[in-house]
Design a protein around this ligand. Structure first.
Ligand SMILES: *[C@@H]1O[C@H](CO)[C@@H](O)[C@H](O)[C@H]1NC(C)=O
Ligand SMILES: *[C@@H]1O[C@H](CO)[C@@H](O)[C@H](O)[C@H]1NC(C)=O
Ligand SMILES: *[C@@H]1O[C@H](CO)[C@@H](O)[C@H](O)[C@H]1NC(C)=O
Ligand SMILES: *[C@@H]1O[C@H](CO)[C@@H](O)[C@H](O)[C@H]1NC(C)=O
Ligand SMILES: *[C@@H]1O[C@H](CO)[C@@H](O)[C@H](O)[C@H]1NC(C)=O
Length: 372
C-alpha cells in the first residue's frame, strides 16, 4: 500500500513535469537602429497547445503591456495605445512554439527590458529580452534652398544627431553632386579636417566651424561664392558602421556689383575706342594732343578689358580663361607698338583694325557674361 502510494506520487510528479516548459529568449542584449525594426525572440522548444496558450509581453520598468495574446487571439484593446501599430505578434508561429514579437519604428524610449511570459495549463515561464541601445545617425541639412550673391559667404547646414559622440565619428564628407561626378568639397576624417583633399575649385574657400564640431554641427562655410558653385551639396556621415546624409541646395546666385562692373567695363571699352577715334580724326591740329589721343586709343580699351578679365576671375574663378584673356590684352598694345615704326604715322587701316578688334572682344565678353 505504501509502495503504491509512492509510485502514484512519483507518477504525479513526472506528469506534472511534462506539463512544464522552458521559455527561451535571445542569447544577449539587442542593439537596434532608430526607426528600424527588431524581433524580440521568445520561444519554447516543445510546441504547446495553441488554444491554451497565453502570452504576455510587458516592459519590466513600467509594466506597460506591449502585447497580449489570449484565447487564441491578439488583444489589441488591452495593449498600450502606443504599441498598436508598432508591435507585431506572429499568430501563425504559435503552433511552432514561437512567441516572438516584432517592434517596428523603433524609438529611443524603446530601450529597456521586456518580459515575455507564457502561460499554458496553469504553468508559466518567462524570459527577458533587453534592448540595450537604440543606435541613431540622423543628419539634417538645410531645410530650404539658399540664395546668395556672387562674392558673398554662405553657410550650408549639416547637423549630426547620433548615439556616437562627434569625436568618434569616422568621416564627414561634403560633396557637390553634379550630373557626371561628385566633387569633394571638404573632408573630415579621424578628428581632422583634411583641407588638402578638397577639389581645387574649393581649396582655401571652405571650412568647418571648428568650435561647433563637438556639438555635431558640421556646417560648411563657403567663402566668396562663384556662379559655378550653384548646385546641390551633400553632407555624408559615417559612424559606427552606419551612414546617413543630408543635402543643401545652393541656388539663385544673384548678380553682384562686380557683375555690373564687368558689364559697364564691357560697354566702356568699345565706346571709349569709338570716342577716341572720333577725337583723333575730327579733333585738334595740335600734334601733341593728337599723339596723346592715339596712345589713349591703343591703351584704354586694352586696359579696360584687362581689368574686366581680372574681375571676371574673381567672380567666376576660371583661372585659365583669365590668364589667356589677360595675355591677349597685355600683348595687344605691345604688338601695336612693335609694328608702329614700320608704319609711319599709324595708317588708318591699323586703327580701324584695332577698333574692330576691341569691339569684338567686348562683344565676346558680353556674350560670355550673358550666357552664365
Ligand atoms: C519566430 O518567428 C519569427 C517571425 O517569423 C522569426 O523571425 C523567428 O526566427 C522565429 N523564431 C524561432 C525561434 O523560430
Ligand atoms: C541652418 O540652421 C540654422 C540653425 O538651426 C537655421 O536658423 C537656419 O535657418 C538654417 N538654414 C537653412 C538654409 O536651413
Ligand atoms: C577623437 O578624439 C577623441 C578625444 O579628443 C578620442 O577619444 C577619439 O578616439 C578620437 N577619434 C578618432 C577616430 O581618432
Ligand atoms: C552651426 O554653426 C553655425 C556657425 O556658428 C551656425 O550658423 C549654424 O546655425 C549652426 N547650425 C546648427 C544646426 O546649430
Ligand atoms: C543618402 O541617404 C538616402 C536615404 O536617406 C539614401 O537612399 C541614399 O542612397 C544616400 N546617398 C548616398 C550617396 O549615400
Amino acid at each position: 500500500m505504501h509502495f503504491l502510494q509512492c509510485v502514484l506520487m512519483l507518477n504525479f510528479i513526472i506528469s506534472d513535469d511534462t506539463l512544464g516548459f522552458i521559455v527561451r529568449g535571445p542569447s544577449g542584449p539587442l542593439v537596434v537602429r532608430l526607426g528600424g525594426s527588431v524581433i524580440l525572440p521568445c520561444y519554447v522548444e516543445t510546441p504547446l497547445v495553441a488554444e491554451q496558450v497565453k502570452v504576455v509581453w510587458k516592459r519590466t520598468d513600467s509594466e506597460t503591456l506591449v502585447h497580449l495574446y489570449q484565447d487564441g487571439e491578439s488583444r489589441a484593446e488591452a495593449q498600450q495605445q502606443d504599441y498598436h501599430d508598432r508591435a507585431h505578434f506572429f499568430t501563425d508561429q504559435i503552433q511552432h512554439g514561437n512567441f516572438s514579437l516584432r517592434l517596428d519604428n523603433l524609438r529611443a524610449e524603446d530601450k529597456g527590458v521586456y518580459r515575455c511570459k507564457v502561460y499554458s495549463q496553469k504553468v508559466a515561464d518567462k524570459t527577458l529580452v533587453e534592448i540595450k541601445d537604440v543606435e541613431r545617425l540622423l543628419v539634417s541639412g538645410s531645410s530650404r534652398s539658399i540664395s546668395a550673391s556672387v562674392g558673398e559667404d554662405v553657410t550650408l547646414n549639416c547637423s549630426v544627431d547620433s548615439h556616437i559622440t562627434p569625436e568618434h565619428i569616422e568621416e564627414v564628407s561634403w560633396k557637390k553632386t553634379d550630373e557626371d561626378e561628385d566633387i569633394l568639397v571638404l573632408l573630415f576624417q579621424n578628428n581632422q579636417t583634411l583641407s588638402d583633399s578638397s577639389d581645387e575649385r574649393y581649396r582655401d574657400r571652405v571650412e568647418f566651424f571648428t568650435d561647433e564640431i563637438p556639438k555635431g554641427n558640421f556646417s560648411l562655410r563657403l567663402k566668396s561664392v562663384r556662379t559655378e558653385d550653384k548646385g546641390v551639396y551633400m553632407c555624408q556621415v559615417f559612424a559606427g558602421g552606419l551612414s546617413a546624409n543630408a543635402t543643401a541646395d545652393l541656388e539663385q546666385l544673384g548678380f553682384s556689383w562686380l557683375h555690373i562692373t564687368v558689364l559697364i567695363l564691357c560697354i566702356i571699352a568699345p565706346v571709349s575706342a569709338l570716342l577716341l577715334c572720333w577725337l583723333v580724326y575730327s579733333g585738334s591740329e595740335n600734334q601733341e594732343t593728337r599723339l596723346c589721343l592715339q596712345v589713349c586709343l591703343f591703351l584704354c580699351p586694352f586696359i579696360t578689358m584687362l581689368l574686366t578679365s581680372i574681375i571676371w576671375h574673381f567672380i567666376e574663378g576660371s583661372l585659365y580663361e583669365t590668364i589667356s584673356c589677360c595675355m591677349l590684352y597685355i600683348l595687344g598694345p605691345l604688338r601695336l607698338f612693335w609694328v608702329t615704326p614700320l608704319a609711319t604715322d599709324l595708317p588708318a587701316k591699323i586703327l580701324k583694325y584695332v577698333m574692330t578688334a576691341h569691339a569684338d572682344h567686348a562683344a565676346f565678353m558680353a556674350v560670355v557674361y550673358s550666357g552664365k
